[in-house]
Design a binder for this molecule. Structure first.
Ligand code: B12
Ligand code: SF4
Ligand code: SF4
Length: 377
């Protein structure tokens, strides 16, 4: 087999099956990344969603026997919704971040990687391959950067010159010794717009994040959101795009190559109050296909209450009172109490006073007190 010719065939095939960019790198260990991951762990800057075994993250030979190369793929996603919502007075909506628009990208990229695997195995039946997207051991960004897909921006994203940073990443470790591509030079220069745009200061330095402070992370947690971040979440019900929308490399970048990624604004910019009352089935029907639903209903409902507090939406008070009175989960009740305090008004006050007398959970009690303090100042 002529490996260089096969690489060209693979590149041509990747275009046919809807892969927007493909790059190749060696299967050598990611030594620089290793130090970085250890440092992030020491500083307590990790999210906890990463694969915990650092050796597996940096050493492809622990994932596939005698690996010889890694193929990196990128698929561009839309940054603007084709259908615009006509906003009606008094309607309050939340927003899912762009990486959660349309069908869950894990399915889409896995489909492309499966097709690529089949193509390889048809030509080289004894090849070994192992693909992953997001939930795999490797750092998708470190692979993509080394394979020449894009540079590693100060906002931490891999930025492609063609599509900006609005690309999903995935990769395949293979036993075939493909010629590696050359990494792209850093193009951030003296710009630091993303650092300035980050609402919480989570980008502690260019290219370094404290995930614990990142709104994207916070919207994906299950507990109570720490006080200092609640107001900064705004109306985001899942994820955050601020360090990408601020980036000049994303200016004018909006690609609609993949039908599955198209949006329905009623879903990705949903009305907030109906979310509070959704049954599990309703939640699954409406949001189940989004990547942003992976943590289930409660975190989205909690974020929706924070968004209603952000809008100070008085029409939401009866629904928030219902959550405070009838929900089992302390996180839901506590967030409702805090939101009622933020929104204010007579019935919010009465509900908080009433709940104060009967509530037994310490966390919820604290949120009720916070709510009442806000109303009394
Ligand atoms: C954990 C995780 C998160 C965490 C932590 C994010 C982070 N920056 O580490 C949280 C929940 C906060 C998060 C948020 C988001 N995520 Co996320 N996330 C991941 C996940 C699972 C692991 C990331 C990881 O290991 N981070 C650890 C850091 C240390 O490594 P890294 O960023 O992977 O690699 C870079 C650094 O190590 C750097 N580096 C290495 N050494 C050194 C040394 C120096 C001095 C410097 C400066 C840099 C540096 O170079 C590497 C390449 O860029 C990956 C999927 C995967 N398996 O890789 C997706 C992934 C990174 N997420 C992705 C996306 C889309 C997002 C969001 C945009 C979603 C959203 N809209 O809300 C935000 C963006 C936040 C941000 N600014 O990074 C995409 C990124 C696509 C892209 N074009 O870059 C990925 C690759 C998923 C995918 N398969 O498409 N995410
Ligand atoms: S995703 Fe939002 S909170 Fe996280 S680093 Fe970017 S701007 Fe900051
Ligand atoms: S905003 Fe500027 S510094 Fe940040 S990633 Fe984009 S180009 Fe780089």
């Amino acid at each position: 087999m002529n490996v260089n010719q096969f690489k060209e065939e693979l590149i041509a095939y990747s275009k046919e099956i809807g892969i927007d960019k493909i790059g190749f790198t060696t299967a050598a260990p990611f030594t620089e990344l290793k130090n970085r991951l250890i440092r992030q762990q020491e500083l307590g800057f990790q999210s906890g969603f990463e694969e915990p075994d650092i050796e597996k993250r940096v050493n492809p030979s622990l994932l596939l026997e005698e690996p010889r190369s890694i193929i990196a793929i990128a698929l561009a996603y839309p940054s603007k919704m084709k259908i615009r919502l006509v906003s009606k007075k008094g309607e309050r909506r939340g927003i899912f971040s762009r990486a959660s628009w349309g069908m869950d990208y894990h399915h889409i990229l896995r489909d492309r990687l499966k097709k690529l695997e089949a193509f390889i195995l048809e030509k080289v039946p004894d090849a070994r391959v192992k693909s992953m997207v997001d939930t795999g051991e490797l750092s998708d960004r470190a692979v993509a950067e080394r394979a020449g897909i894009g540079w590693s921006g100060k906002n931490c994203a891999v930025i492609t010159p063609e599509f900006g940073s609005y690309v999903y990443l995935g990769e395949m470790i293979t036993s075939i010794p493909f010629e590696p591509d050359t990494p792209i030079e850093d193009q951030c220069g003296t710009c630091s717009k993303c650092l300035e745009a980050c609402p919480t200061g989570a980008l502690v330095h260019g290219g370094q994040i404290n995930a614990q402070q990142c709104i994207s992370f916070l919207t994906q947690t299950k507990g109570l959101i720490p006080d200092e971040f609640r107001e900064k979440i705004g109306n985001r019900v899942y994820g955050c795009d601020s360090c990408q929308t601020a980036c000049p490399a994303n200016k004018g970048k909006d690609f609609h190559f993949h039908e599955e990624m198209e949006t329905n604004p009623e879903i990705e910019k949903p009305l907030l109050t109906p979310i509070l009352k959704m049954s599990n089935r309703e939640f699954k029907n409406k949001f189940g296909h989004l990547s942003g639903s992976w943590r289930g209903k409660k975190p989205i409902q909690r974020n929706a209450m924070i968004a209603l507090a952000h809008f100070k939406d008085e029409t939401a008070v009866p629904d928030l009172v219902e959550v405070l009175q009838n929900e089992q989960s302390p996180v839901m009740k506590g967030t409702a109490a805090w939101a009622l305090g933020k929104i204010g008004g007579e019935s919010a006050y009465t509900a908080l006073e009433k709940a104060r007398k009967t509530e037994t959970d310490i966390e919820v009690q604290q949120e009720i007190e916070k709510g009442l303090r806000m109303l009394n100042t």
